[in-house]
Design a protein. Structure first.
Ligand code: EPU
Length: 417
């Protein structure tokens, strides 16, 4: 199993190009199931979750061809199995995103229940309730959701909790339903908006994506399209913190700084210099890092997917900061590993108190999930001596060659087998 080895203490300097967003590419790949025509997806990142989705779609009969320049050609003309098996779903919860499209186009689907994961229980009740309101029958037995319908119809659905993939799943179901669907308290993450753009390019009629209320008028069928995946705002944010924590100076290119407004404003609050551009931004870290509290909320507030990385930065703050996680109930596993590197953190329920100013020292640590892995890399860059991060398969699920990108910026970092 691969590990990442870092020798800390080098400032990161130069320019980094951000890859396509995994969390936008995954629903886009599922949306291909809505049409028998060819779909071209550009800027797809070659990360493990994408390859797993490719395997999942392939097992259903979708033709998938990866071309140069991260462009995928997909065609769901001859679908054989309307099923997402446990073996694939267990490694990637997002497989649940095939449920909405399969029901909408084929009126039937069998998808394994994803189960819990390291960061929390992550139920799918809101996906199922929404589909039932649209006229589907969803039975859960033997670890599978067995769903069927005589035809989906539009409905008014108000989410009791904001859910990103829940909003995406129901939006994909609603585009081929009869009549109008209104999704209220919908997620307004840029990835949801990006999916809506793709669906509209396929002929769907969607208004309001990117706001809390999305209106979808069903159409009879959808056509193929060419669609570009947005840049990964979490990868961009991770590099911004890499510059801040190493007191480096980075140009983070090929991204949309507007998608990162809450993260960049938090970074300026702690004393990092940020200059915004249209398709990128510059981050200059300063010796003094102020400790500032943060609370995660759905977009456009500070994202839960940046919480672990921000915690690494706060270990170097000048005082005490409180980090509150409101999205997932168990997303502080990285705190224990950061403490093994010398950080002073107390976790109580959904809050972590980080007392800054303690120098980090390199250690052997274990990644528990994707963003925790990124947090440990950031800590390793700032730590004195050698850090070895184990279980980097979590990292490979969502970051494209992060160690290579960081090495090019001057970090002493390598992958070891
Ligand atoms: N929730 C329910 N019932 C549901 C669905 C969600 O109670 O049916 C709860 C969850 O338990 C959680 C909250 O609602 O407490 C929000 O979860 P959400 O459904 O929004 O999460 P998700 O759609 O499963 C996506 C991202 C995550 C990201 C979250 C929050 C993708 C593929 N995944 O997950 O990304 O953390 O939204 O922004 O888009 C990551 O990239 O590292 C990652 C975990």
């Amino acid at each position: 199993m691969d590990k990442i080895r870092i020798v800390g203490g080098k400032e990161l300097l130069g320019r980094v190009e951000i890859s396509g967003a995994k969390n936008a590419a995954l629903p886009a790949m599922a949306a291909v199931l809505l049409t028998p025509e060819t779909v071209w997806l550009e800027n797809v990142p070659y990360v493990r979750d994408i390859l797993t989705t490719r395997e999942l779609l392939g097992s259903m009969g979708v033709e998938v061809e990866a071309q140069e320049n991260e462009t995928f050609m997909l065609k769901a003309a001859n679908i054989g199995a309307l099923e997402a098996p446990y073996e694939l779903v267990k490694t990637m919860r997002t497989s649940i995103l095939v449920l909405g499209p399969l029901l909408a186009r084929f009126k039937k689907a069998r998808v394994s229940l994803p189960g819990g994961c390291a960061i929390g229980a992550r139920p799918i009740n809101l996906h199922l309730q929404g589909l039932e309101k649209m006229g589907a029958k969803c039975d859960v037995s033997h670890g599978y959701v067995e769903a069927s319908t005589t035809g989906l119809r539009g409905a008014y659905i108000q989410f009791e909790t904001v859910t990103v993939t829940g909003t995406e799943n129901l939006m994909m179901a609603a585009v081929l339903a009869s009549g109008e669907t209104m999704l209220d308290n919908a997620a307004c993450e840029p990835e949801v908006e990006n999916l809506a753009e793709m669906l509209c390019a396929m002929g769907a009629r969607i208004e309001g994506a990117g706001t809390r209320t999305i209106r979808i008028r069903g159409v009879k069928k959808l056509k193929g399209c060419r669609h570009r995946i947005i840049p990964d705002r979490i990868e961009a944010g991770t590099f911004a913190i890499a510059a801040a924590i190493t007191r480096g100076n980075l140009e983070v290119a090929n991204c949309n700084p507007k998608h990162l407004a809450s993260v960049l404003s938090q970074l300026s609050l702690v004393g990092t210099e940020i200059s915004m551009g249209e398709t990128g931004f510059r981050v200059r870290g300063h010796a003094d890092i102020s400790s500032k509290n943060v609370t995660t909320y759905p977009y456009p507030a500070f994202p839960t997917d940046m919480q672990a990385q921000y915690m690494a930065l706060m270990t170097q703050g000048d005082g005490t900061s409180i980090i509150t996680e409101t999205i997932f109930e168990n997303r502080f596993m990285h705190a224990l590993e950061l403490m093994r590197m010398g950080a002073d953190i107390t976790v109580e329920g959904r809050q972590a108190m980080v007392r800054g100013g303690r120098p980090l020292t390199g250690a052997k640590v274990q990644a528990s999930d994707l963003r925790a892995s990124a947090s440990l890399i950031l800590a390793g860059l700032a730590a004195e001596g050698e850090t070895i991060i184990d279980r980097v398969y979590h990292l490979d699920r969502g970051y494209f060659q992060i160690e290579k990108k960081m090495a090019q910026l001057g970090a002493e970092i390598e992958r070891i087998s």
